[in-house]
Ligand binder design. Structure first.
Ligand code: PLP
Length: 426
């Protein structure tokens, strides 16, 4: 092929070919823990990082390798590393960047689980998050110190549908020579490719829209190949000789995919959250229909959001796809094909109304997840955010009246009818 294949073609073909041993057209599930060496020299080369190949499924697996190559192609990165979950991806990225006492800057507009991971668990590694007070690039620059090692944002922030100014924040990151990490879970590469806007590293929960069917956990780290690790000695994992690998310096040996290698041969090797080949297989299959599903998620979400915006029992709707939404302009700039499948709205009647709505829906499933083919609903104040007081809930975007939906790919009319009957009971 003379031209670079398009997104939909890459989603089906990137990284895969018929199995050389059997001709199987679909990538096999290589359900094995280990791989036999050709001979002793081959084993030594693999262990010394002088040759690429499979040793043990914690570190590489041929099924998982197809998933990695495919997502790297879709995101426009140089290489990727798949792991057990989105949170595992975030842990491994930070493990490669942070030394004890270091800081990173993060948006407050993040998935609740990431706020916990950064604010609480990372503290025990002596890694310290500094929260940007707003979403403007200047809010991030204001938190920079000599200890800052990274900036972390979501392209489309969960759950409120905040679209971030990736170009502007990337400029701050470049100026201070720290990598910009973008969690692209909610947008997916179908709607937005953060590396094209200046991101250096993309992380994603594959559990959500990429797997797409609510059936498998996974996470991925994509190396943009854009960051110059060797420019100073602030990232010793990449710039200091590794004694266990014949003293090679990862940034010198692996160039523009050194970050992905560091995450694999140090973080994944030692921390251990490997994805199962079975889950990798499920996610590869899911990705083949990403473009079709994602467009339908967006189209359905817009129809449902427009319906709710006009409903007299709904106080407000926060969806960047709505003309009236404060993020509509940035959405058109960064993700013109749509604003994703997840949004929040407020019901009149507060806590009681919220509980009633999630109890009375029939097609929507009441659960904690997003990015499934089926429509999902949750009332954060009575579930994920129940331990917080009123003020804390409001600050987290989880006030008593807030309902979060992840709109599936069913018939939009059926989803609207389901919400209509549940709202009628309030
Ligand atoms: C779910 C989610 C995560 C965490 O991913 P897991 O696969 O559940 O570990 C991270 N970021 C966002 C935006 C998410 O929605």
């Amino acid at each position: 092929m003379s031209n670079e294949p398009g997104f939909d073609t890459l989603a089906i073909h990137a990284g895969a070919q018929p199995d050389p041993a059997t001709g199987a057209r679909i990538t096999p599930i290589y359900q094995t823990a280990s791989f036999v060496f050709d001979d002793v020299d081959h084993a030594a080369a693999l262990f010394g990082l002088q040759a690429f190949g499979n040793i043990y499924t914690r570190i590489t697996n041929p099924t998982t390798a197809v998933l990695e190559e495919r997502v790297a192609a879709l995101e426009g990165g140089t290489a990727a590393l798949a792991v057990a979950s989105g949170h595992a991806a975030q842990l491994i990225v930070m493990h490669a960047l942070m030394q004890p006492g270091d800081e990173f800057i993060a948006s407050r507009k993040l998935y609740g689980g990431s706020i916990n991971q950064f604010g609480q668990s990372f503290k025990s590694f002596d890694w310290h998050v500094k929260w940007a007070e707003g979403t403007a690039a200047s809010d991030f620059e204001a938190q920079i110190t000599p200890k800052t090692k990274a900036i972390f944002i979501e392209s489309l922030a969960n759950p409120g549908g905040v679209v971030m100014d990736i170009n502007g924040i990337a400029e701050v990151a470049r100026k201070h020579h720290v990598p910009l990490i973008v969690d692209n879970t909610m947008a997916t590469p179908y709607l937005c490719r953060p590396i094209e806007h200046g991101a250096d590293i993309v992380v994603e929960s594959l559990t959500k829209f990429l797997a797409g069917h609510g059936n498998s956990m996974g996470g991925i780290i994509v190396d943009g190949g854009t960051f110059d690790w060797g420019k100073d000695n602030r990232y010793p994992v990449l710039t200091q000789p590794r004694p266990e690998y014949n003293d090679i310096v990862l940034a010198e040996t692996f160039g523009n995919f050194a970050f992905a290698i560091a995450c694999r041969v140090l973080g994944l090797r030692d921390l251990g959250p490997a994805i199962s080949p079975f889950n990798a297989f499920q996610i590869i299959t899911g990705i083949e229909t990403l473009a079709l599903r994602m467009q339908r998620h967006c189209d359905n979400a817009l129809k449902v959001a427009e319906y709710l915006e006009g409903h007299d029992k709904v106080e407000w709707v926060s969806y960047a796809g709505l003309q009236s939404d404060e993020h509509n302009k940035l959405q058109k700039q960064y993700m013109p094909k749509g604003a994703g499948g997840v949004f929040t709205f407020g019901v009149k009647g507060g806590y009681e109304a919220g509980v009633s709505l999630v109890s009375n829906v029939q097609i929507f499933s009441h659960l904690a997840n997003i990015g499934d083919t089926r429509s999902l609903v949750i009332h954060p104040a009575s579930t994920t955010h129940r331990q917080l007081d009123d003020d804390q809930q409001k600050a987290a975007g989880a006030g008593a009246d807030v309902i979060r939906v992840s709109i599936g790919i069913e018939d939009a009319d059926d989803l609207i009818a389901d919400l209509a009957q549940a709202l009628k009971q309030l």
